[in-house]
Ligand binder design. Structure first.
Ligand code: SF4
Length: 396
């Protein structure tokens, strides 16, 4: 049974736009994004449905545009042209978007595809290497090999791409620090403008978490993860890739604006199967099913199946939770003003930040709170305390 549809608040002109293209060659074993194997799927009909949703909901003149997934580079240049031209007619992104990113995978990024993306107005290519070890790529269920990573990067450069991100995962089962160091050095040699290095997480309902529970995989211990984290940050900073978020590193002026907006708790509109949106104090999400998504579009129904209105205090807590991931940290007064929460809620969270600073986990510089080196490894747990703190204060 299809869940009921929900209404959306209309986003302001300029709001960043995300487009979810949910097709991959095969499903990776660690991945919990919504994506399905492309074989047998009607990609053209899905693109039609996405454009139909865009006509209903895309903001005029988005500041940034992000094609994510899934594997957007899996689409042919013709399909990408239909999508991007269609979006242009709907919202005029060409005149407004300062940054247009397309996520790509090595198996589907050659020079022709990269040139096609750039000609269509994409400014930034994000390539998912994930690992430079063949056994790890196989364990991850990746369909490309190590050499294809380098070929895809070279194809992007040959085509003229000037803003390239490489995605990597560290602390894979059995991976030693020395192996990671060797792999990262090979990526640094490529001189990407941006690098995302994620600590492997075992997401629920993935083969990876099942294998972990069955004892077929081992998870790196905390001490090892810490070594990876500290070495990675120090080495990338030395290589000119400054950390601006826990897992994201960039040369000057190369931070991903689209993602910075998420961490700054800004508004965004997501279209496509499973895509989430946040406009004002309302969060909403689309149906996580390709056929149902298409059927809704054909029937002229909204793809949105859940929405929630956040109280202002919850939005404030969320801004702390997200903002502490950023090296720039959180400015308490501005964050409070943007959330519309009460001064009491603002004071309660500021006091928590002060307490955590006294314990050495946060520091305050130029009026902004951010994680210290000591707080960094505990980032998730510390940031979550801001989400639960107000609930607890209200119950006390
Ligand atoms: S290619 Fe990316 S989105 Fe697709 S299954 Fe693998 S990790 Fe997930």
């Amino acid at each position: 049974v299809d869940p009921p549809e929900r209404e959306h608040e209309r986003a302001q002109p300029g709001t960043p736009l995300y487009v979810h293209l949910p097709f991959c060659v095969a499903k990776c074993t660690y991945c919990d994004f919504f994506s399905v194997a492309a074989e047998g799927q009607d990609l053209d009909a899905t693109l039609e449905a996405i454009l139909r949703e865009a006509r209903e909901r895309a903001p005029r003149g988005p500041r940034t545009l992000y094609l994510g997934g899934g594997t957007p580079s899996l689409l042919s240049v013709d399909q990408l042209a239909r999508l991007l031209e269609g979006l242009e007619q709907v919202c005029g992104w060409r005149a407004s978007a300062r940054e247009v990113t397309a996520e790509c995978n090595p198996e589907s990024l050659d020079r022709v595809k990269a040139r096609g993306l750039l000609d269509l107005g994409v400014t930034r290519l994000s390539i998912g290497f994930q690992s430079l070890r063949q056994p790890t790529l196989e364990l991850f269920g990746r369909v490309h090999g190590v050499e294809q990573c380098f070929q895809a990067f070279a194809a992007a450069r040959d085509a003229g791409a000037r803003h390239v991100n490489v995605d990597l995962i560290y602390a894979a089962p059995g991976q030693s620090l020395a192996e990671w160091q060797e792999d990262l050095e090979r990526v640094i040699e490529l001189s990407p403008e941006h690098l995302s290095a994620y600590n492997l997480t075992f997401e629920e309902e993935t083969p990876f978490s099942r294998w972990l529970a069955q004892g077929r995989l081992s998870q790196a211990d905390e001490e090892t993860e810490l070594q990876f984290l500290h070495w990675t940050r120090a080495r990338l900073a030395e290589a000119g890739l400054a950390p601006y978020e826990i897992s994201n590193f960039a040369r000057a002026d190369e931070a991903c604006e689209h993602n910075l907006n998420y961490w700054r708790n800004g508004a965004y509109v997501g279209i496509g199967p499973s895509a989430a949106s946040k406009v004002g104090n309302t969060r909403a999400g689309n149906v996580r099913h390709v056929d149902r998504y298409r059927r809704r579009a054909q029937l002229g129904r909204s793809a949105t199946v859940w929405s929630e209105r956040l109280p202002s205090a919850a939005r404030l807590a969320e801004s702390w939770w997200l903002g502490l991931r950023l090296s720039e940290g959180v400015a308490p007064e501005r964050t409070l003003a943007e959330s519309g929460a009460s001064p009491e809620a603002g004071q309660a969270l500021l006091q928590l930040a002060r307490d955590l600073s006294e314990q050495g986990f946060l520091e305050c510089a130029a009026g902004r709170y951010r994680l210290t080196e000591r707080g960094l490894p505990l980032a998730d747990a510390l940031a979550r305390r801001f989400l639960t703190h107000l609930d607890r204060a209200a119950r006390a």
